[in-house]
Design a protein around this ligand. Structure first.
Ligand code: NAD
Length: 388
């Protein structure tokens, strides 16, 4: 499928089984006539990937006369930093990468965001190819051109505080890569799919909610056909949202808030993700992954939407059931006072003029931008996440 970008260019998102085997040919095509003389590619890869997968991708690039210079990266939020971007830029310079030669990011959202940012900076911008290897990065992070790093301010890690918009020239979603992904990470990716399903009607796929509900078992069992359809439909929703608002400037111009719509679940989600001392499940799992936090954020924000009359109570219950079905937490232990969570939400990048802005799920699988919701309703929605 082709995804339009602001500068009039478009890039291909290829979804399938084994598509990384054709990476060389596909990258060559994506580089176009300007890339004919490209002889190298910087392969920035997650160091937790099976060795065979990294080697196979390097070989596929080599088969198209693109010598792969490997740059392994440890995927962690602490490591998604300027230091890692500098290391990637140094590897590109040491490998004498020229301006037409691509950075190929093979990994989850951490690797994709850091490698994409390095590609935006190196020689003031070289092409980047995103090859996501987690469900989350396939359905979300690899598409849309947001790249960046976290920044430590005092003792607090500010997520995605620095970055650049740098659209990929190509995205390769090989669902076979998910074979080695830990089950918890597959479930995390499903949370972003649930988010897209909740807002799908605004972006061309009103049936995504029903499909997602029916696809859970197939996804958790890594059924290839189910994964290909899930990833393709989610990429289409994300691409439609981004195409109308590539730089997230529409916030007040569209009822659903343009690209801000993708923030559904994330305002509460980002706040709870950073809290220490949370646990969930039996036996207890300590801390929350990004997707787990987004699932909880969606649930709290859906309940807030019910209180504000934007959503029916049954829809919030359906969401809770779907999250449970996907093996995602619907309540946590150790949640502090809701006022502390609200204070953390004030750190959100989407805060404007001190006003909190939330993209809330609404009736008909749509979403609505709400500014400064009543604090007691917000507090009650956050409190509803407390395990009883
Ligand atoms: N740019 C965007 O638009 C955008 C959108 C959503 C999220 N993000 C960012 O994406 C990041 C989260 O991405 P993520 O969930 O992919 O996390 P991640 O990159 O940290 O990967 C999760 C874990 O899975 C491992 N892993 C990755 N692929 C694997 C594979 N195939 N087999 C085995 N292990 C594998 C990693 O080593 C890591 O331990 C966050 O930093 C978030 O801010 C960016």
């Amino acid at each position: 499928m082709r995804t339009p970008a602001r500068d009039g260019t478009a890039y291909e998102v290829v979804v399938g089984v084994g598509v990384l085997r054709d990476a060389g040919m596909l990258v060559r095509d994506a580089l176009g006539p300007g890339g004919e003389r490209a002889a190298r590619a910087l392969l920035v890869h997650d160091d937790a990937l099976p060795r065979g997968q990294v080697d196979a991708t390097a070989e596929a690039l080599g088969a198209a006369r693109l010598d792969a210079v490997a740059c392994p990266v440890r995927a962690s939020e602490e490591g998604k930093s300027f230091a890692t971007v500098e290391r990637i830029v140094q590897a590109a310079a040491a490998g004498r990468l020229e301006r037409a030669e691509p950075v190929v990011a093979l990994g989850g959202g951490v690797v994709g965001d850091a490698a994409g940012f390095a590609a935006a900076c190196y020689r003031r911008g070289v092409p980047v190819v995103q090859c996501p290897t987690t469900l989350l990065s396939m359905v979300d992070a690899s598409v849309g051109g947001k790249t960046g790093v976290n920044v430590l301010v005092g003792d607090s890690l500010k997520k995605n505080m620095a970055g650049a918009f740098h659209q990929p020239v190509l995205v390769l979603c090989d669902v076979a890569a998910l074979g080695s992904l830990p089950a918890r990470e597959v479930r995390s990716g499903l949370a972003e799919c649930v988010k897209h399903a909740m807002i799908g009607a605004d972006f061309g796929d009103a049936g995504l909610w029903g499909f997602t509900r029916s696809a859970i078992d197939g996804v958790l069992g890594l059924d290839a056909a189910t994964l290909v359809e899930l990833v393709s439909r989610n990429v289409a929703v994300k691409a439609a949202c981004v195409a109308g608002d590539e730089r997230e400037t529409l916030a007040t111009g569209a009822p659903h808030g343009g690209r801000m719509a993708l923030n559904a679940g994330h305002t509460v989600g980002h706040a709870v993700e950073t809290l220490p001392g949370l646990s969930h499940g039996e036996p207890p799992v300590r801390g929350l992954s990004h997707g787990e936090a987004v699932g909880l954020g969606l649930l709290a924000e859906a309940r807030l939407a019910v209180t504000l009359g934007l959503l029916d109570a049954q829809a919030a219950d359906d969401l809770r059931d779907l999250l449970r079905c996907a093996g995602l937490p619907v309540a946590v232990r150790g949640l502090p006072e809701s006022s502390r969570v609200v204070a953390l939400m004030g750190d959100d990048k989407k805060v404007a003029g001190g006003r909190l802005r939330l993209s809330l799920p609404a009736r008909g699988n749509r979403c609505v931008l709400v500014e400064d919701p009543p604090r007691d309703a917000l507090a009650a929605a956050i409190d509803s996440l407390r395990e009883r």
